[in-house]
Design a protein around this ligand. Structure first.
Ligand SMILES: [Zn+2]
Length: 260
């Protein structure tokens, strides 16, 4: 048995056995880990505040038989702003699901922890939390090596500066030449404003990532692209944001932040 200290964000928190919780924690140094928190559902448990969804904590783990258990710790930030609206909570839950899926089998790398830290903070503060959560998935994919080619035609490599068609087949833009257009397959038109936004998200330092202004048209066009790109690269259809389109069908049990 060994003791390990690390910072981490609670990315998911499930009831487990009688009064325990099972946590998925994105740590700074150990990547995404699953950790048991014994008795964390009890009101008096010192582990209870360390088990709340989206909290950032300093953790003391003990590691035994290839499993992590939360032993102690302190909350650094609980991100209570996330709970202020269903839109913020859904946006954070959606991004968290994508971050978990991508980091689950990735080698530990602090860039994922840092990107999530900036993303969660901005989602908690933003008036456009859903757009930010979608944009975070593009940067996450890019950090993992799955950036789209948005500077050049994906077929002939000719530079493109105005609005253009994006081909999912080549994962790049398509120039106006007949040969490139005919080979593009499934595609979507991206406006100049959308391309500027996406290029910013691919290249900006994390602390400036969510500093931009966009029109409603760009938000709509970019959102369509981001959903399709995510689905294509992760080979998974993420349903979380659909909740916002159908609020009366919403099952809120998956969004509970603690044991109550
Ligand atoms: Zn071309």
């Amino acid at each position: 048995m060994s003791k390990i200290s690390d910072k981490g964000f609670v990315m998911a928190s499930f009831p487990y056995r009688d009064r325990d919780r099972m946590l998925h924690i994105l740590t700074r140094d150990h990547g995404l880990i699953s950790a048991g928190a014994r008795g964390a559902c009890s009101v008096k448990s010192k582990l209870r505040p360390l088990s709340n969804l989206f909290s950032l904590c300093n953790y003391e783990f003990f590691y035994h038989k290839e499993r992590f258990y939360v032993d102690d710790g302190e909350v650094i930030e609980a991100f209570l702003g996330i709970s202020e609206s269903i839109e913020h909570l859904t946006a954070a839950s959606f991004a968290s699901e994508v971050f978990r899926d991508l980091t689950r089998n990735s080698p530990p790398d602090q860039k994922y922890f840092d990107l999530w830290a900036y993303t969660l903070y901005e989602i908690s503060q933003s008036e456009r939390p859903v757009l930010l959560s979608r944009l975070s998935t593009l940067r996450l994919l890019a950090e993992a090596g799955y950036a789209p080619q948005l500077e050049r035609c994906g077929s002939c490599q000719r530079p493109i500066s105005s609005d253009a068609t994006f081909s999912f087949q080549t994962s790049g833009l398509v120039c106006g030449s007949r040969a490139c257009e005919s080979a593009s397959g499934d595609s979507i038109r991206l406006s100049e404003g959308t391309l500027a936004l996406l290029r910013h998200v691919l290249t900006a330092p994390f602390n400036r990532l969510y500093r931009f202004t966009v029109t409603a048209d760009v938000e709509k066009n970019a959102s369509q692209f981001l959903d399709l790109y995510l689905c294509e690269k992760m080979e998974k259809d993420y349903k979380m944001l659909d909740l916002l389109e159908h609020p009366f069908d919403m099952d809120l049990s998956g969004l509970k932040r603690n044991c109550d």
